[in-house]
Design a protein around this ligand. Structure first.
Ligand code: RNT
Ligand code: ZN
Length: 395
């Protein structure tokens, strides 16, 4: 029984070239975040208390305890994941035991570069501005104390250098994403001054132009312990990225509960050159659950594919669930993201546009509903087989 052959014909009948879709699909890099593997602990010290308004919960056995274990676990996860991949690491994941954050250097990340070459993956980077005594007031780049701000500015500058090192070593641009949890638990008196200080710090951080890395900034609505005010809000970073030509990071869990990032991509793409996606799944709040193949994930993929944004949108994952097998968490979430991209690539977008152009909303609705039933699953299985990756994680 040739299910793939049938699927190919079924799609060809609506004008979709399945082979062409698979070719595009395979080359779309998905950046897999290392921090799912050890509950955002890093390698500076043992039993780190995670701060910054984020939390990893669950005590499933198998948390990676060191870099070798983490890399071995990621390698295993990669064996379940078809297609181009990058690995996204935080500054606390280098060979940094006893190294101050304002002293990190590319050499502390050489082992990651060697491994990335071996695994044929790109590398992305993030400065780590949480889980540290100098972030204990809940403010870092916007702290009123200049010395504390300078400490973190130096950390971020060095992070950019490391990202540049990754990009030049691996021949593939490295995204360096700055996220800070700065904010207040209760209603602030002065909402302006911390934002002005954050802006000033960022200006210093991004002053030096780089050529192998892409700078991104990530906003957030709120976090645990910073419920009333986040310095780096959406408006702040949208303005900042536009004014300074940086990439804007959209994390699916960083908005009001009924707000979705799929709805933001088109508008932002008109004003911001590059977008970084933090594909995540909020459950009632920014809970960072493993992403499902749900409507929003498909909607995100459709926005990227329909508007031809692949060269301007970097797809990164950002979830951390310690209650299930961490390797499978990566496998499930990354495969789902690629499945969503496949579904988007198998869409006869021109026909949908045409129906809409003709104000034939009935046809548009019928097409969208019927597309859900088309045999994309057979195409996915064929793709996995060709890539030598298991078709099913379970059966
Ligand atoms: C936090 C942000 C941020 C982190 C990582 C660990 O809410 O989403 O991206 O998840 O930097
Ligand atoms: Zn994020």
């Amino acid at each position: 029984m040739n299910v793939y052959g049938y699927a190919k014909e079924r799609y060809a009948a609506i004008g979709v070239d399945v082979e062409a879709a698979l070719e595009v699909l395979d080359k779309i890099p998905i950046s897999i975040h290392c921090w799912q593997g050890d509950d955002v602990q890093g390698f500076e010290a043992e039993d780190v208390v995670l701060t910054g308004g984020i939390q990893a919960t669950g005590n499933h056995p198998g948390r990676a305890r060191n870099a070798d274990e983490l890399r071995a676990h990621m390698k295993k996860a990669l064996s379940y994941i078809p297609g181009a991949a990058k690995v996204n690491i935080h500054a606390i994941y280098g060979d940094v035991k006893g190294v101050e954050r304002n002293a990190i250097e590319p050499r502390h990340f050489q082992t990651w570069v060697d491994w990335a070459k071996e695994q044929n993956v790109g590398l992305d980077f993030n400065p780590t501005l949480f889980a540290h005594e100098k972030s204990s007031d809940g403010l870092t780049l916007s702290h009123p104390d200049k010395a504390i701000r300078e400490y973190w500015i130096e950390h971020c500058k060095r992070s950019r250098d490391i990202s540049e090192f990754f990009g030049s070593q691996l021949g593939q641009a490295s995204v360096c994403n700055v996220w800070v949890g700065d904010g207040f638990k209760d209603i602030p008196a002065d909402r302006l001054t911390p934002r002005a200080r954050l802006k000033e710090s960022l200006d210093e951080i991004f002053a030096k132009p780089l050529s192998h890395s892409v700078d991104a900034v990530e906003s957030k609505l709120f976090g645990i312990g910073v419920e009333s005010y986040t310095v780096g809000s959406h408006e702040f970073y949208m303005g900042y990225s536009m004014a300074n030509g940086l990439a804007l990071c959209l994390d699916a869990g960083h908005f009001h509960p009924t707000e979705v990032i799929s709805e933001k991509i088109s508008a932002i793409s008109l004003f911001v050159n590059q977008i970084l996606l933090h594909v995540s799944r909020p459950v009632r709040w920014d809970s960072d659950h493993v992403v499902l193949l749900d409507d929003e994930l498909v909607a995100i993929a459709r926005e990227v594919i329909r508007h031809g944004l692949l060269s301007r949108v970097h797809i990164g994952l950002d979830f951390f669930d310690g209650s299930i097998d961490r390797i499978m968490a990566w496998a499930i979430g990354t495969r789902n993201t690629r499945k969503a991209l496949l579904i988007a690539l198998l869409e006869p977008y021109g026909q949908l546009q045409q129906a809409e152009f003709n104000f034939d909303f009935t046809k548009r609705l019928m097409m969208l509903e019927e597309l859900k039933m088309l045999p994309w699953q057979a195409v996915w299985e064929e793709y996995c087989l060709r890539k030598g990756v298991t078709v099913s994680l379970v059966f």
